[in-house]
Write a protein that binds this ligand. Structure first.
Ligand SMILES: Cc1cc2nc3c(=O)[nH]c(=O)nc-3n(C[C@H](O)[C@H](O)[C@H](O)COP(=O)(O)OP(=O)(O)OC[C@H]3O[C@@H](n4cnc5c(N)ncnc54)[C@H](O)[C@@H]3O)c2cc1C
Length: 543
């Protein structure tokens, strides 16, 4: 028997956990997470959540800042809706027990100000906001009797009426989910399904994202028939630690704020050649300058030097960075820190409305996997956790209003025509190759030639992986690789369509801004083969 729930939520970051808690008093909910609940970008968020709390601040000012950052591509109505609901959303977190940092006198919340914000409006829990929020919500989720949690389970694909019955009107019926430990694929049916799978930073060689950020929700939604928007807008953080044993440790922008200087290996500063604000230029300008120098000189990294400050100052202001680097043999009081820019946030994703509804009935997308129109061409810092919260709450309200429908019997995952993979090398090799050329050709600075090269390689790898997927049992790595390839293709296609430089997308062939701002919207063809495939896995062997 297929398992049946009222709502199936795929992903346990802030978006997924919020949705689960909002529904569970009235519904049977299944929460699927491909590692442990806490393995998410949400858990790693440092800065905080933007919300209008201070009486000197205003909703209008927050909207204005967001629209400026978004470079003409924010959806103004969605932006207003999210920002207007910010305060009640963070109050919900406070009611659940999240202890945001307060001022010394313990009365008001301590609000920080980040780049692009005209006011202090970032609520935070010291420098580990995401962890505090995630732990509070996860505890509640674990205790709730109506929530079934499936950890170490990875969703493979959505089940839709269009795939099953070739209906014109497409609605979502649930998903196939691999139990990673047993290797069995479960059939999970649900009245409503929500993708909350986070971003896609693992497409790139260097990323601040956790390993789970492989764009699965975007790839699944695309294969199922959803439109995907604005994938070319990938935000790069300028300074991530470059070290073989440390995959994705952020070196906070505060280090530059406190006087840290960016240098080449021979000690030459380069930022003044790129921008008069030098190291204090905005994130995207600094990331582009580092990328330029690395490509120009063929470097592996550049260096962030704060050694001119006293050891006491460095240890007091950056205790975590100091200790983490020291553990890796880098004493930042005496040596510069090797850094590279790293993919940080995916502004694009599955197109949704203000309830998180996608193009497919009964399918929602919330959090970083979605594209609501809030971020436009560039995300304003700390608006992403806000979007997770507000859209999860809006989706819950919409789901709770829906009338129940009769669910058809769902076919099982068919493994009768596949065998165990004989070797994993294709997967690891392809993954490495993909991340490296995406970094080199589709990174911070793009050209037509680089994009065409990347597309050509993606198509070759895609055919190989497709063949593999059709003939062998699915595994966690194969599912992620297939999704990464899909998402890479969507990023490259979107970048090729944008013949201008706007927000986070910079093309050397089109350095100007076009007078009209238009979103990039990719519409799926009927690219999946239906019941007539020759290979394994029944419905889902095609890209
Ligand atoms: C280092 C870092 C610092 C950041 N700091 C801030 C900040 O200060 N403020 C801010 O607003 N934003 C910040 N961001 C961005 C923000 O953290 C993310 O945008 C946000 O947390 C995304 O939440 P989410 O719920 O959409 O996805 P995530 O929190 O990434 O959760 C995704 C979940 O989906 C699961 N999943 C993925 N695929 C599958 C699948 N196929 N099957 C089952 N489960 C799956 C994952 O395991 C995970 O549980 C930061 C990001 C990073 C990486």
């Amino acid at each position: 028997m297929a398992q049946q729930y009222d709502t199936l939520i795929i992903g346990s970051g802030l978006a997924g956990l919020t949705l689960a808690l909002q529904l569970a008093d009235q519904q049977k909910v299944c929460l699927v997470s491909k590692r442990q609940i806490s393995d998410s970008a949400s858990n790693w968020a440092q800065g905080g959540i933007a919300a209008v709390i201070n009486h000197k601040d205003s909703v209008e000012a927050h909207i204005k800042d967001t629209l400026i950052a978004g470079a003409g591509l924010c959806d103004e109505a969605i932006t207003r809706m999210i920002i207007e609901h910010g305060r009640e959303a963070v109050e919900w977190l406070i009611d659940l027990g999240v202890e945001f940092t307060r001022e010394n006198d313990d009365s008001d919340f301590h609000l920080t100000r980040e780049g692009g914000h005209s006011h202090r409006r970032i609520l935070h829990v010291a420098d580990a906001t995401g962890k505090a929020v995630q732990e509070t919500l996860a505890q509640r989720v674990r205790k709730h009797p109506n929530i079934t949690i499936l950890e170490n389970h990875i969703a493979v694909d959505l089940i839709t009426t269009k795939k099953l019955h070739k209906t014109q009107k497409n609605s979502c019926l649930g998903a196939y989910v691999l139990d990673i430990a047993s290797g069995k694929v479960l059939t999970i049916g649900a009245q409503h399904t929500s993708l909350a799978t986070g971003g896609a930073g693992k497409v790139y060689l260097y990323t601040t994202n956790p390993d789970v950020s492989t764009g699965d929700g975007i790839a699944m939604a695309w294969r199922a028939g959803c439109r995907i928007s604005n994938m070319e807008f990938v935000q790069f953080h300028p300074t991530c630690l470059f070290h073989p044993q440390e995959k994705s440790f952020l070196i906070s922008e505060a280090v530059r704020g406190e006087g840290g200087l960016l240098k080449l290996a021979d000690g030459t500063r380069f930022m003044p050649n790129h921008d008069e604000r030098a190291e204090l230029a905005p994130r995207d300008v600094v990331a582009r300058a580092i990328d330029f120098e690395m490509k120009r000189l063929g470097l592996d990294c550049v260096y962030l030097d704060i050694t001119h400050k006293s050891p006491a100052f460095i240890k007091k202001h950056f205790p975590t960075i100091h200790q983490r680097c020291l553990a890796l043999g880098i004493d930042i009081t005496t040596s510069p820190i090797p850094v590279v820019p790293a993919a940080h946030y995916s502004c694009g994703g599955v197109m949704t409305n203000h309830h998180g509804q996608t193009d497919i009935d009964n399918l929602y997308a919330i959090g970083e996997t979605s594209c609501t129109g809030l971020h436009g061409a560039n995300r304003l810092a700390s608006n992403s956790l806000l979007e997770c919260l507000v859209l999860a709450r809006a989706a819950a309200a919409n789901i709770l209003k829906a009338k129940p429908r009769t669910m058809p019997d769902l076919p099982y995952w068919d493994e009768s025509r596949v065998t165990d993979a004989d070797e994993e090398i294709l997967i690891t090799h392809t993954w490495n190759e993909l991340r490296r050329f995406m970094w080199n050709y589709v990174g911070i600075v793009r050209t037509n030639k680089r994009l065409s090269r990347a597309m050509h390689r993606i198509q070759m790898l895609r055919d190989e992986v497709h063949e593999f997927y059709s003939n062998f049992r699915v595994s966690n790595n194969l599912i992620e690789l297939r999704n990464l390839l899909q998402v890479s293709e969507l990023i490259v296609k979107s970048a090729m369509q944008r013949q201008e430089s706007r927000g986070l997308h910079y093309s050397r062939d089109y350095p100007e801004l076009l007078p009209e701002a238009e979103p990039t919207i990719l519409k799926p063809d009927d690219h999946y083969s239906l019941l007539d495939n020759k290979h394994g896995h029944y419905l889902f062997d095609a890209y």
